[in-house]
Design a protein. Structure first.
Length: 303
């Protein structure tokens, strides 16, 4: 067993920490010595209402166990207030876990503009507001760890979750760029796609599965990704029920047509096998330069 991953002296903000995954993260960071800002708006899982009870209960739990925590009841849409709570109470912010979330599941034909906007506002705009407020502190102190909470629904799609899938994969794209911009200042940004038993999944999963998929399994990865010893950035991890794995893009070798003559739809039709076939010649472009390489090579080769 390696040395315990401690967070003494670190200030950790967890959004949506009144329930489920966020609660588990908050309790564990506090147990490992961090001072924790427990944010939660305290509404329903579809984003209605508000209450201070959820966040306060978790703060009470942390304090009862001898830890340090403060509650914040703002919506993540007012992320600057959440970060301000960290600075005013504890003087700094080292780790930000963007976790708050809601669902407005409905098939696309029945989805209203409000369903779309609300999910965007909580997941994407909320993560933007919290991260944007935390970023200058992390940059200036040359230390920061940020987590985005995505979902398999975003990576693969899922019936009835067009809005949620859009928001969740949006967060992964957001994180990819932050990872590039933050690296030189030791601001490390990673994305998780978790599965856990929570009030969010209790309507779609049987009880035995809900019991098995303990949020604590997900928290173990979040703690590792946020520790000062962890330097891998820009990763996307699937996690839950004891499984931990990393994802990457895979691209077919594809078909290159020499430049200097038009490429017709019929040419594409004919080359479809080559364009779409995944075999051992497939590649895994690790960055945008790698993605553009064959195109630039083709341009350089000329007609
Ligand atoms: P949960 O409903 O138990 O917890 C989410 C918390 O976020 C709630 O306490 C809620 O009050 C809070 N919240 C909602 N809107 C907020 C806002 N505007 N501002 C502040 N707090 C707000 O759900 P969970 O399963 O623990 O989900 C946590 C995160 O994990 C979410 O982003 C969710 O989309 C994601 N996720 C969960 C699963 C899963 O299997 N449980 C799967 C994929 C992704």
């Amino acid at each position: 067993m390696s040395k315990e991953l401690r967070f003494d002296g670190k200030v950790v903000v967890v959004t949506g920490a009144g329930n489920g995954l966020g609660r588990s993260h908050a309790l564990e960071f506090a147990r490992r010595g961090a001072k924790v800002v427990v944010n939660d708006l305290g509404g329903s899982h579809t984003g209605e209402g508000a209450s201070q009870t959820a966040a306060q209960k978790v703060v009470d739990e942390i304090k009862a166990a001898g830890g340090e925590a403060v509650a914040n009841y703002d919506s993540v849409e007012n992320g600057e207030n959440i970060v301000e709570t960290a600075i005013d109470t504890f003087g700094r912010i080292d780790v930000l876990i963007n976790n708050a979330g809601i669902l407005r599941d409905v098939s696309f034909a029945k989805m209203t503009e409000q369903d779309w906007d609300l999910v965007y506002r909580v997941h994407v705009k909320g993560a933007f507001k919290c991260t944007h407020a935390a970023w200058p502190h992390m940059r200036d102190q040359k230390f920061g760890r940020i987590i985005m909470t995505a979902s398999a629904a975003g990576i693969y799609g899922n019936f009835g979750q067009a809005n949620y899938a859009m928001a969740k994969l949006g967060l992964a794209g957001f994180a990819n760029t932050l990872a590039i911009e933050g690296r030189k200042n030791n601001v490390i940004v990673n994305t998780i796609a978790p599965v856990a038993g929570s009030r969010m999944t209790e309507t779609v999963m049987p009880q035995n599965l809900l019991d098995a998929l303990k949020p604590e399994y997900v928290t173990a990865l979040v703690v590792e990704l946020c520790h000062e010893s962890h330097e891998d950035t820009g990763g996307l991890y699937e996690v839950g029920g004891g499984y931990y794995g990393k994802l990457r893009w895979e691209r077919t070798k594809g078909k290159l047509f020499r430049l200097g003559r038009p490429v017709k739809a019929e040419d594409v039709h004919e080359a479809w096998g080559e364009i779409s076939k995944f075999d051992e010649s497939a590649t895994h472009p690790p960055h945008i330069a790698g993605s553009l390489q064959p195109i630039m090579d083709n341009v350089e080769a000329g007609p």
